[in-house]
Structures are given as C-alpha cells and as structure tokens.
Design a binder for this molecule. Structure first.
Ligand code: FUB
Length: 361
C-alpha cells in the first residue's frame, strides 16, 4: 500500500516537472510505466510523457535544444543486434536553461517521410550552418543496412525535410557533428554489433564480417570532414585513432575502454575531447587530442554505467557551465524505453573530467 502511494506521488511529481508546453503526442503505452523511488538518482527525467534516449544537445539562439531518439514499444523481441530499438520518429526538446521548463516540439521527422528508410531510426545529431538547421540521423535502408541521412529545416525544432538519399559514403550509426573554431564541420560516427561497423572495412561493406575476437585490435570509430553544403562529405571517411597512455591501440578484450558507439566531440581549453560508449561494459569514456582528426589518448570515464544496457551522452557549455546529457531507464525499467537526463559536468585544473555516477547509492 505504502509502495504504491509512493509510486503515485512519484508519478505526479515527474509529470509536473516535465510538463511540455507543446506536447503533441501522448501514446498511452508510453505513460503507464511504474516510477521507481526517486532518491537513488542523481537527476530526474527531463520529460516523462514519452520515452527519449541518446540526447544530442546544442545551444541555438541562446536556447538548449535536445535531439533525442524517441523510444517506443513496438513488440519487437530483444536481441544482440538491438532490433527492439525500433524507433519511428523524432521529437525535439528545448529549454531556456538547465532546470527550466522543457518543451516537446512534437514530431520533427517521421520515418515514413524518409524516402530511403527501412526501419530503426536511431540516435540523431544536429547542426546550424548556411542559415539552415540540419538533422543527421542513422536509419536502416530497405536492404537492412545502416546509413546516415540528413534533413533540413529553417527552425531548430523542425519540422525537417529529409534528403532523398543517405549521405554518400556514410554508414553505421550515431552521427556526431562538430563545428571547429575555424568554421569547419566534421562528422564522427559508427557503432559495433547492431550498429554494423564490424561489416565495414576500408569503407567497403561485407555482411559476413562478424565482431572482432578478444585478441584482435578493436574496431575504431570513423570521421569525415563535411562539405560546404552540409549534406556530403568533402574528405575521405577515416578511422579515429584512440590510443592508451603508452600510445598503444586497444584490443577487443579491452572492452572497458575500447570504442563501441555513441561518439561525441567538443573543445575545451584548445584540446579536442572525443567521448564514446564502451557498449557491453557500459562506460562513457573520453580521449584527448590536438586535432579533430586525432589521434586521441584515452583519459578515463566520464559516466559510470547507468541503469539499462545502453549508455549515450552529449556535452555542451552554456553560460560558463558544462553539462552532461545522458539517459537511463528510470521510468520504465526496460532497456529499450529510456529517458533523457542532464547533470553538471566538472573539469579538474589539468583538463581531466570528474567522473559522474548517475545512481546516488
Ligand atoms: O538508440 C539506439 C542505439 O542505442 C543508439 O544508436 C546507441 O547509441 C544506443 O544508445
């Protein structure tokens, strides 16, 4: 009796905090999940009327925009390829500042309006250039191969119009688009296992290629310079080198440090910080370099494992403070029904990052 009373009170508190001004979609099955006791969590979900994951945050026009995946339960059984992540549209969230009211701007892009898409609309990112907002997204094509597409809008929250074909030369998942200080844009991308990166060697696809064995070198993320039109690559797709503190590459057995998915890039004190998820060991790690092309030297863990199998993040600066956006499964307890969160991120004097633990106990 006491437990259910707490659950109801918790649900009311969460619904009140995350109430969006422009809420447009409230699927009944997305809202009925039990809410766990609040005290163990460092942060609360930014919204609770839909499930959201993979938050890529940006500051546009002084406002924080979050480009997340929109998780839904479509009944696809769970497997190691992530088939249960069967997402079909994007909702963009925004807020004036961290702690402020969060607005859900409704459907920004639907998979039915992406001409080349088959299934599974995964983690997006966004950029602003040429007076246009660009939404970058991975989705499987009609042959079940992941590529990265782009869509445009004159507003940061969309709606977005998708290009008719994927970005030429793109593949796998989890695009992160980074603007360097000289105005150049770069895309970092890739994810192993369900993200299919293991099938791409020398930028050629081979559906028979499996995951690396423990003693083999770890698969590396990819990057490319983005062209002036923001819809193409202007340079070759190349590997992003991540090295240990002795300058050595990681092997697959180093799976608490090697790249799995969820690239992010930012600059801090003139250095380039490349961060990523280690997937099956659930860390968000970072590595530092002197150029957007790398190489990057592994430095440690930004975010310890969260509740749920996946971990994904983004990092931004707003008004002199740094923030880590991430997700866990507090609302649902189900690995494919996630909720985005944010917490402040702190740097030490030497440029290292203070590790965040999302569960308080
Ligand atoms: O949301 C689907 C996939 O799960 C993302 O692309 C990965 O980064 C992981 O979060």
């Amino acid at each position: 009796m006491k437990a259910s009373l707490f659950a109801i009170i918790g649900l009311v508190i969460i619904a009140g905090c995350g109430q969006p001004a422009e809420q447009t979609s409230t699927p009944a099955k997305d809202t009925t999940a039990p809410v766990k006791e609040q005290k163990h969590y460092l942060s609360q979900p930014l919204v609770s009327h839909i499930y959201t994951a993979d938050p890529s945050a940006h500051v546009f026009n002084g406002r924080i925009y979050i480009y997340p995946s929109h998780d839904t339960a479509t009944g696809i059984p769970e497997d190691d390829l992530g088939s249960h992540f069967d997402m079909r549209d994007f909702h963009i969230l925004s807020m004036d500042s961290v702690g402020g009211k969060v607005t859900d701007h409704g459907v920004a892009l639907d998979i039915r309006h992406i001409p080349w898409a088959g299934r599974q609309l995964w983690a997006p990112d966004a950029a602003f250039a040429n007076n246009t907002y660009f939404l970058y997204f991975p989705v499987k094509d009609k042959k079940d191969v992941f590529h990265i597409g782009v869509a445009t809008s004159d507003k940061p929250e969309g709606p977005f119009t998708a290009e008719k074909t994927p970005i030429k030369g793109s593949y796998s998942i989890d695009p992160c688009v980074f603007r360097d200080e000289d105005g150049s844009y770069y895309m970092y991308f890739g994810g192993i296992w369900g993200g299919q990166l293991q099938r791409w060697n020398d930028n050629k696809y081979d559906s028979t290629k499996g995951n690396r064995k423990p003693q083999e070198l770890a698969i590396l993320p990819r990057m490319a310079k983005i062209g002036a039109d923001m819809k193409s690559f202007s340079g070759p797709v190349q590997e992003v080198k991540i090295l240990d503190e002795k300058g050595q590459p990681f092997h697959e057995k180093d799976n608490d440090k090697r790249f799995f998915e969820a690239s992010w890039m930012f600059r801090y004190n003139g250095k380039y910080y490349f961060s990523y998820s280690t997937g099956d060991t659930h860390n968000i790690c970072y590595a530092i370099g002197d150029s957007p092309y790398g190489p990057f030297t592994y430095k440690g863990i930004i975010l310890n494992p969260v509740e749920g199998w996946t971990s994904h993040h983004s990092i931004i600066e707003k008004d002199g403070k740094w923030y880590l956006f991430y997700h866990d499964v507090q609302l649902s307890g189900k690995t494919y029904l996630r909720n985005v969160k944010v917490t402040e991120l702190h740097f030490n004097a030497d440029g290292s990052i203070r590790t965040v633990t999302a569960m308080k106990d």
